[in-house]
Design a binder for this molecule. Sequence first.
Ligand code: CTP
Ligand code: CA
Length: 242
Amino acid sequence: RRVDGPAQDLLGRRVLMSAGGTREALDPVRYLGNRSSGKQGVALARAAAQRGAHVTLVAASVEVPLPTAAEGVDVVRVESALELETAVHERAPEHDAVVMAAAVADFRPASYAGSKIKKSHDGPQDDSAPSITLVRNPDVLAGLVASRAASPDPTSPVVVGFAAETGDDEGSVLEHGRAKLARKGCDALVVNEVGVGVTFGQDTSTVHLLRPGHPERTVGPADKSVLAHAVLDLLLELLPAT
Ligand code: CTP
Ligand code: CA
């Protein structure tokens, strides 16, 4: 009998994924956001469910339709980096892997204005503008790696990070990616080249898959669902044998 669909090589695995861009509220009507569309994270969640995994998707702001429970994906909605951190840290221990595809804001406004920030209206010469002070957000991925280091446990989840890189004077996309992998201490890093109109919001991208002590692999340019399956192939290598 012919069996349709992808191999069930993630059958019974519990995978926690994050996707989309966080929004850091300034006041009831405004936020600081980023260009993440969530397409890659959503493609990963769908692909993992198709391969038999139980998937929990922590979804920040996502521009594409979210997968459903009927597709094998439980969705938890969050807005800010702090909400995402709570959602991920609460659920990580009951998962075999955490894949952090979300674009988590590094900074948030130091204070939230409970009512709408208004212009001052002190006559036609008044062009005054407020300044926004930012504070650092927690690094969710680094927190997962640190808690694992603090209490080593063979059942701790495998942790895969994503990196959004543009090359600059300091180094190429790959050089920044290698440095980030070393700094973050995660089990693998998926490095994306980003820029306006490159990766963000697009249906295709190119990724470099980095794993400490293993050869680097480049996949793409390819559809984000193809990249998702390549990331899951890597995840499969990282998961302990059942
Ligand atoms: N990440 C996170 N929490 C943050 C920021 C990032 O968990 N506050 C995660 C992302 O989900 C991603 C990885 O860390 O999996 C790398 O994100 P990236 O923004 O590329 O790296 P940063 O360490 O924030 O470095 P940079 O200064 O280059 O933004
Ligand atoms: Ca960042």
